[in-house]
Design a protein around this ligand. Structure first.
Ligand SMILES: NC(=O)c1ccc[n+]([C@@H]2O[C@H](COP(=O)([O-])OP(=O)(O)OC[C@H]3O[C@@H](n4cnc5c(N)ncnc54)[C@H](OP(=O)(O)O)[C@@H]3O)[C@@H](O)[C@H]2O)c1
Length: 186
C-alpha cells in the first residue's frame, strides 16, 4: 500500500495559514520544507507533492511547479490541470491511484501531502498516512486556516538524522521540527 507523509508547519493555535499565505516568514524553515520534500534515496526517482488548489495558487507563479517534485493539485471545481502542475486529481484516492499506477510508481519514491487543511485531514484519515513532519512554530499568529485535529496517541515521535532536534530561531521566532510515525496497528 502507498505510504504517505504529511509536511506542515503550525503555530501554537495549530494555525497554518492567513489570508491565503503563510502567517510567518521563515526562510530556513522553507529550506527545510524543500529539502524534506525533495530528498530521495534513489537519485533516479522524484518525490510527489499533493496539495489543494488554494495551496497551489498560494505559491508564487515563478516557483510553480515546486521543482524536482511531481506536483499534484486537488480540486473538485477545476476542469483542467493548472498551468505548470503535473496532474489534476478530483479526490485524494484518484491522486494516490495516479501516483501508484505501474508506469508512475517506478519514478516516484515518496508521496508527501503539503496542505491545506482538508487535504491534510483526508490524508491523515486514510490508511496511507505513516509519517507527519510537523514544524511547531512556538508563537501565536493570526490564522484563518488550521491543521486538523491530530491524535498524537496514534503516533510516536521519532528522530531522523536529517532533521535537527534542537529549537531553531529565525527573526526572533522559535520553532522545532517534529517527526511523528504512525504506531503499528495490532
Ligand atoms: N503552514 C503550512 O504548512 C501550510 C501548508 C499549506 C498551506 N498553507 C496555507 O494554508 C492556506 C491554504 O490552505 P486551505 O486549507 O485554505 O486550502 P487548500 O487545501 O490548499 O485548497 C482547498 C481547495 O482544494 C481542493 N480540495 C481540498 N480537498 C480536496 C479533496 N479531498 N478532493 C478534491 N479537492 C480538494 C478544493 O478545491 P476546489 O474549491 O477547486 O474544489 C478546495 O477548495 C494558505 O493560507 C496557505 O498559505 C500552510
Amino acid at each position: 500500500m502507498a505510504k504517505v507523509s504529511l509536511v506542515a508547519a503550525a503555530c501554537n493555535s495549530m494555525g497554518i495559514g492567513y489570508k491565503g499565505d503563510l502567517p510567518w516568514r521563515l526562510k530556513n524553515e522553507m529550506k527545510f520544507f524543500n529539502r524534506i520534500t525533495t530528498r530521495t534515496q534513489n537519485s533516479e526517482k522524484r518525490n510527489a507533492v499533493i496539495m489543494g488548489r488554494k495551496t497551489w495558487f498560494s505559491i508564487p507563479k515563478a516557483h510553480r511547479p515546486l521543482p524536482n517534485r511531481v506536483n499534484v493539485v486537488l480540486s473538485r471545481s477545476l476542469q483542467e490541470r493548472p498551468e505548470g502542475a503535473h496532474h489534476l486529481a478530483h479526490d485524494f484516492e484518484e491522486a494516490i491511484h495516479w501516483l501508484t499506477s505501474p508506469s508512475r510508481c517506478e519514478d516516484v519514491e515518496n508521496i508527501m501531502v503539503i496542505g491545506g487543511s482538508d487535504v491534510y485531514k483526508v490524508a491523515m484519515d486514510s490508511p496511507y498516512c505513516h509519517k507527519v513532519y510537523l514544524t511547531r512554530v512556538l508563537q501565536d499568529f493570526d490564522c484563518d486556516t488550521f491543521f486538523p485535529m491530530f491524535d498524537e496517541s496514534q503516533y510516536e515521535l521519532i528522530s531522523d538524522p536529517d532533521v535537527p532536534g534542537e529549537i531553531q530561531e529565525e527573526n526572533g521566532i522559535p520553532y522545532k521540527f517534529h517527526v511523528y510515525q504512525k504506531k503499528q496497528q495490532h
